[in-house]
Design a protein around this ligand. Structure first.
Ligand SMILES: Nc1ncnc2c1ncn2[C@@H]1O[C@H](COP(=O)(O)OP(=O)(O)O)[C@@H](O)[C@H]1O
Ligand SMILES: [Mg+2]
Length: 291
């Protein structure tokens, strides 16, 4: 079974890594590939600076679900909006719900409860996957926030469950923590560049996921690799710089491979702008490389 075959069986896939390494692009690539396999995929973007729609060539979501081709939709999701939506659902009287969500106590609770925001986002993903939900979704891919580690997000429901000590919120968080711990349903994909700092953080994140959550990533993607120059190519201006970047990429990739024995795919830096053509090209390459 290939890595993509395995990922296609999951219900929730969290794509994480340092900011700027190609997380959003990779989330779009995975979304496209898994939708092509017949899965109904929702891509959730958490970054308030929306960019997922640009990668896929759609309108910005602004919180709404936006179609992005056969079997694929995107949604930008802000934790505050999700939590307020939950309050409105529980308190159907409009002005009462507003009174709650506009109160200082509510804001203090939202900001102060450990892991509440992250739990709300993952809880949204979980709800979307339930049988009765329309439109039906088989798989949610979360493009995790750039700040902080994706591990913080994944650890949040467990933390909240402990802090809440039972009650409705605590039980909901505990149920979500169990779902996330189920490797047959949830997976993590790590994006990185083959450069010193991103590789260092990737190694730390792999260790953190293992120690804190007992999770092992499904796949690590080394993105933006400088392609090797063909040996016979005529020396061009800047070729030595290119070669130096390539050597650095190779050295850092070896450092990663020495500590990570799981699936690892390299994706090249392509001369394409953010957009569907880049996603399409990287999707073909990932499909071919699928270990
Ligand atoms: N393999 C690649 N080749 C060329 N450009 C890429 C590649 N991967 C990502 N990019 C570009 O790099 C920029 C950052 O990628 P993005 O996916 O937004 O990163 P992140 O979500 O990690 O911040 C975007 O402009 C994107 O189009
Ligand atoms: Mg991003």
């Amino acid at each position: 079974m290939s890595v993509l075959d395995r990922i296609a069986e999951r219900q929730l896939v969290v794509v994480t890594g340092k900011g700027g390494v190609g997380k959003t692009t990779l989330a779009a690539v995975l979304g496209r590939l898994l939708a092509d396999r017949g899965r109904r995929v929702l891509l959730l973007e958490v970054d308030p600076r929306e960019s997922l729609h640009q990668a896929l060539g759609t309108e910005p979501s602004g919180g709404e679900v936006v179609p992005a081709g056969p079997g694929l939709s995107i949604q930008n999701l802000q934790p505050g909006a999700v939590i307020e939506g939950l309050v409105r659902e529980k308190v159907p009287i409009g002005y009462l719900a507003r009174k709650i969500t506009e109160s200082t106590a509510f804001h203090q609770f939202v900001e102060g409860a450990p892991g509440l925001k992250e739990t709300a986002l993952l809880g949204h993903a979980y709800r979307v996957l339930q049988a009765g939900h329309r439109p039906r979704t088989d798989l949610v891919i979360v493009d995790a926030p750039a700040t902080g580690h994706g591990a913080t997000m994944l650890a949040a429901p467990g933390l909240l469950a402990q802090a809440a000590e039972g009650g409705q919120l605590g039980e909901m968080a505990a149920g979500l923590a169990d779902f996330l711990a189920d490797a047959s349903r949830c997976g993590v994909v790590l994006a990185t560049l083959a450069e010193e700092m991103p590789i260092q953080e990737t190694l730390e994140l792999i260790a953190l996921l293992r120690v804190k959550l007992g999770l092992r990533p499904e796949l690590v993607v080394a993105n933006g690799m400088y392609p090797a120059l063909s040996p016979g190519a005529a020396p061009a201006p800047g070729a030595h710089l290119w070669q130096a970047r390539r050597r650095l990429n190779e050295a850092e990739l070896s450092r990663l491979a020495a500590a990570w024995d799981g699936p690892l795919v390299e994706l090249p830096l392509l001369p394409l702008d953010r957009g569907p053509a880049l996603v399409q090209a990287l999707a073909s390459l990932l499909r071919e490389a699928d270990p």
